[in-house]
Design a protein around this ligand. Sequence first.
Ligand SMILES: *Cc1c(COP(=O)(O)O)cnc(C)c1O
Length: 478
Amino acid sequence: MRTAGLHALDLIIERFTDSRTHPPLRVPSPDDLRAALDEPLPETGTDDLRPLLEHVTRDALGQATRLDHPRSFAFTPSTGNFPAVLADALASAHLSVPGAWMVGAGPTQLELTTLGWLKALLGLPEEAGGLFVSGGSVANLTALAVARDHHLGDDHSHARLYCSTQAHPSIARAAHLLGLPRAHLSVVPADRALRLDPAAVARRVTDDRAAGLRPFAVIATLGTTGTGTVDPLDDLADLCDREGLWLHVDGAHGAAAAATARGHGLRAGLRRADSLTVDPHKWLFQPYEIGCVLLRRPELLRATFDLAHHALDNGYLAPTDPRGDEVNLSDHGPQQSRGLRALKLWLSLKTFGAEAFRQAIEHGMDLAEHAAALIADRSELALVTPASLAVLTFRYHPADAPPGWDADAAQEHISRAVCAEGEALLLTTRVHGATVLRMCTINPGSTRDDVAYVLHQVVRHGRRSTGGLRKSSAPTDR
Ligand SMILES: *Cc1c(COP(=O)(O)O)cnc(C)c1O
């Protein structure tokens, strides 16, 4: 165990120290990976784990895009952290299961403590509570299951819930999994600023009520994935108060910002949410998987999930019934057996301290603002959406673009050319129907130089694309 374990530790340390030495984008072909990894079921084992650890590190784990590369600005960058890796290993070794108190008392208390820290970090009220889940998608699903049961009971007919076109697809998937037909999800076009307009929601609620439908929930996004936009939480909370609707805030990307001085303004809205999704494996620098659902009235989780409400002939669970104030977290969410995801957040908060987290989050916001300032300084670049929660979008758009220049194709070309050089990862998204370049700068290891480098490459490849088009030849990929 020690020999193999120390070898695994070496491989882990190597992974944490070589982040700049590999290209961020790595997309091997299925053929190559099948050739390296497909083999028959191994009938016999081996005494030496070391070659297996090396093989799997090199040929499988290493054959993937590095979201932790300091010049990876696509998707939601991710860094993980070393204490968190040790925490996952320890939790795994202990078979820690914060399900029934009788089975996992210590792990359960650790999860409750860590939930308390997360609440304190984000400025949530004392009475809030929740559960760690696999990620933002399951947090959204869990919250909406509670909202549905609380407002609709067993009769889901004519139900309506509201979100904007900018909401994350996991919202639509959650509605589907909850048995709500697609038509029950009322998707409101985002306004010019890409926000969910409370007045537009209010009109739909009124019309829907008049038509005999049953509005029950509004989903606001705190930091849309594409542009980091924040829906007007306070106004939506007012609307929900007035109309007796559940307010779910999807803060998978952005809730972490409420930990910082700059994000304090978000707290009032968060405190008014009935439920909130936080995704520590995004902006709290945790390895996958750890998401979190928090509720203003956490006791409602049990109304939906308590195994007693779903009892079949399962007397074997009776011995785990709490006798006093013990908590069975298996009654608080969809999973019974569950890993101790809280330990990695616990250990990294204890190791680095909350202030280091706040600074790391602010660093991401600073970098995005720095990128926006650089873009404003370069006449060939145009900001499309401002730096918001460490996300910004922009275009290469020179004033002297030749007639007939295909701006959308140019952004795609620039993105491909930047990625092909193997030094950075920069992808596109669509805003108001146009293709734009998108940066998300939440990696604490990214520097101002990294940002400047990528913008410089954008201009360099952009100039080539206009030059190519002037000579009326298609832009070429390197
Ligand atoms: C990432 C994200 C999700 C989904 O979270 P997962 O952890 O990937 O399941 C949901 N909503 C928003 C706004 C997100 O950014």
